[in-house]
Design a protein around this ligand. Structure first.
Ligand code: ADE
Length: 243
């Protein structure tokens, strides 16, 4: 599952036998990848779109695991463009039902964070580490030199999601202050994690850093997503399905 076409384009080319099915206003591509039965889908952007898509995957297509790949803005210190962040847990940075409930708590769930699945995440981490060990093989020499992807790193931890593209240094600084553990920010993961929690479906999520959620985020994001995002997704998933 990805949010945007640019994040999934190469994945779709990798499914040799894919068949398209329409549901919930979206295309779902059913096929096989290294012997695994898979469903690929674009959620579109934002928490509601992501929740609808995850629900359709589970209810309609009966998936037993969900893997989300895409890009995110880097928040944590040392989380640089081209690095990979694996989600251990998600928080909705725009959830605020205070004073009825504590800040960030999802009302009536009694929790602020939703966790990913440890075993599935470990497999995805191993896959991402293989990609980053030889970035030129997986991403192409041109991308490595253009984006200076010489020694990208893998980080693991908290990702913050919300219905905002964070595109000013002031806003990313405010997020760093209120959620000091957050490594990255994006717009879907926490919604998918909440749906997966509701259904008891294991989730893993890999986000490649496209920008630093600062004043140049919109320019960096556009360049990255058009040129390298889907290579990261396809290369990581290919190794993931091999493991
Ligand atoms: N996804 C990638 N970059 C992002 C940003 N800066 N804010 C929200 N979502 C993002």
């Amino acid at each position: 599952m990805s949010a945007m076409h640019q994040e999934l384009a190469e994945v779709l080319q990798t499914l040799p036998d894919e068949q398209r099915e329409r549901a919930a206003g979206r295309d779902f591509w059913l096929g096989h990848w290294r012997g695994h039965e898979v469903v690929a889908v674009l959620s579109r952007i934002g928490k509601v779109a992501a929740a609808t898509t995850a629900t359709a995957l589970i209810e309609r297509f009966g998936v037993t695991e969900i893997v989300f790949t895409g890009v995110a803005g880097g928040l944590g210190e040392g989380v640089a463009v081209g690095d990979v962040v694996l989600a251990r847990s998600f928080v909705q940075h725009d959830m605020d039902a205070s004073p009825l409930f504590p800040r960030y708590e999802v009302p009536l769930y009694g929790r602020t964070h939703f966790d990913t699945d440890a075993a599935l995440t470990e497999r995805l981490r191993a896959a991402a580490a293989q990609v980053l060990a030889h970035p030129a093989d997986a991403l192409g020499e041109a991308a490595v030199s253009e984006f200076a992807l010489h020694a990208p790193r893998v980080h693991e931890g908290l990702i913050a999601s919300g219905d905002r593209f964070v595109a000013t240094s002031a806003e990313s600084q405010a997020l760093r202050q209120s959620l000091p553990d957050a490594l990255a920010v994006e717009m879907e993961g926490a919604a998918v994690a909440q749906v997966c929690h509701d259904y008891g479906v294991p989730l893993a999520a890999l986000r490649t850093i496209s920008d630093r959620a600062d004043d140049s985020a919109h320019v960096d994001f556009t360049r990255f997503i058009d040129q390298v995002a889907s290579r990261y997704s396809a290369a990581s998933l290919d190794r993931f399905f091999e493991l």
